[in-house]
Each structure stands twice: as C-alpha cells, then as structure tokens.
Design a protein around this ligand. Structure first.
Ligand SMILES: N[C@@H](CCC(=O)N[C@@H](CS)C(=O)NCC(=O)O)C(=O)O
Length: 267
C-alpha cells in the first residue's frame, strides 16, 4: 500500500492525519509515507493542480494507491479501516456513535475556533500585512470554502471580540474533555481506548499551547491537563510533531511579532 500525503508541517489538520498514520504503524514521513509539502504562505493550495486534487483548496489530501481522499476526519477514519494495527474506533455501535458525536463536535467547535487566534496576530499579519484592501479582497475571493472566514478579518487578523469567543469555545472543549475523563475514568477521552477523538483534538490543544493560551486549562481542568501530558508521551506525538512542525518553531520571527502585537492590542 502506498500513501502520499499533501500536507503542511504546522497545519493542525495535517497533524491530525500524521498522528493517525503514526498510530496505525506508519510514523515516518518520507520512509513510511510519501510527503508532499504544500506551502500555504506561497498559496500552493490554490494552484489549479492542487485544486484538481482538493477542490476545497485546503490541506491535507491523502492519496492511497491512486485514490484521492480529502477531509482530515474522513481520512483518519479511512486509515483506521484499511490499516489493521491499533484500533482507533470502538467495537460497539453505541460507542462508535458516541465517537462520531465527538468527531462532529471537534470539527464544528474547536477546529473552527483555533483558526481565530492562529490568524489573529500571526498568520494574517505574516501573509497579508502589505496587502491593500483590494488585494486582500481579491485573495479572499479566490478561496473555495473560506471566503467568509477571510471577510471576517482584515490583513492584520481578528479583533478582540472574535478572540474572546474562540477562547470560550476552547474552554468548553477542555471542560468537556475533563468531564469525559472523570465520567469514563480515563486516561483517554472515551476511557481505556485511545480513539480518533484523541487524535483529532490533539493538534488543536497543542496549537493553543504553542500560542501561549494554555492558561485556559492549567490550574482549571486538571484531568484534561493530565490527558494532554499523556498524549505528549505517545510515540505518535513525536512522529507527527517532528522538529519544525509548530508555528513557534516554523516562523520564530512572526511568532515574536505576534507577541508584540498582542501586547500592543491587549489580546
Ligand atoms: N475540513 C478540512 C479543513 C482543512 C483546513 O482548513 N486546512 C487548513 C490548514 S489546517 C488550510 O489548508 N488552510 C488554508 C489557508 O490557510 O489558507 C479538513 O479537516 O481537512
């Protein structure tokens, strides 16, 4: 079986798939799977060639033996089915339905929320601060599924209100993980079995931590904090988050600028 992944080192949705590949026995980029790096800063996800593969113009895209798959949640479910090692989906229908409810929630709430602080002081100023209003509007119009997201911000990112709402949503996610661990006895979201819920939410929590927002859960959601510690001990974490795959490492200058912008803007 050959797997090719079109991905971006620091993209949370790419990290979701890299974790799943590692959990399913394919940890090594370049040797276990073929890596095609898509440079989002150079808008390689919007080229006609890439849009042929992924009409949504986003990463990741997986190619398995010539078949193209998109959408990280669908991809990780597929990987779980086609690769035998380490089941990431529960055996009973009831538990599978509960897992899918987590997966929908993760797609709808924290995945969307995390984009706001990521773009607020960092990705937007890094990519667009020298764009005029009309250049920015033209860029937004090119995006197959993210026009509205870009229209909600400016070349310099989001305002305080949007950040506060995103933080509320991440807080809710952390609280729900904390409660799930209490109810199921942990150590993972669904109890004893490490599942796709853990896979899919990990990069979102890690991005928040990387951006300096871990105060949302530290000293508040202890069980969730322990869960994150345990997650980071799994070999799949080191495989998916290889050196240079976090925003702070990938773009150290933009990261420092973001800290300054935050201090000036007060968020
Ligand atoms: N629902 C999609 C979302 C993918 C997505 O939003 N990917 C981001 C990176 S995490 C992207 O490609 N963004 C394009 C951009 O930054 O313009 C999935 O889960 O695969």
């Amino acid at each position: 079986m050959t797997f090719e992944l079109y991905h971006t080192h620091h993209s949370t949705c790419s990290q979701k798939v890299r974790i799943a590949l590692a959990e399913k026995g394919l940890p090594n980029k370049d040797s276990d799977w073929v890596a095609h790096e898509v440079n989002l800063g150079k808008f390689e996800h919007l080229t006609p060639e890439y849009l042929q593969l992924n009409p949504n113009g986003v990463v990741p895209t997986l190619i398995h033996d010539g078949s193209v798959l998109i959408e990280s949640s669908a991809i990780v479910e597929y990987l779980d089915e086609v690769l035998p090692q380490n089941d990431l989906v529960p055996k009973t229908s009831l538990e599978r339905a509960k897992l899918r409810a987590w997966m929908r929630y993760i797609d709808e709430v924290p995945t969307v929320a995390v984009r706001v602080p990521s773009f607020a002081n960092l990705l937007a100023p890094m990519r667009f601060s020298d764009y005029s209003d009309s250049e920015f509007a033209q860029h937004s119009a090119r995006l197959p599924i993210r026009k509205r997201f870009y229209q909600r911000m400016t070349q310099n990112g989001f305002g305080k209100e949007e950040i506060e709402y995103a933080k509320e949503q991440i807080n809710q996610t952390c609280e729900r993980i904390d409660i799930a661990i209490l109810e199921k006895g942990g150590p993972w979201i669904m109890g004893q079995q490490y599942t796709l819920a853990d896979v899919l939410v990990t990069p979102l929590i890690d991005r928040m931590s990387d951006l300096g927002y871990n105060y949302i859960w530290v000293n508040r959601y202890e069980r969730m904090g322990e869960w994150y510690e345990n997650i980071r001990l799994r070999p799949s974490f080191a495989a998916a988050f290889y050196p240079g795959s976090k925003i702070s490492e990938r773009y150290p200058e933009a990261f420092m600028t973001a800290r300054k912008l935050e201090a000036e803007r007060g968020f």
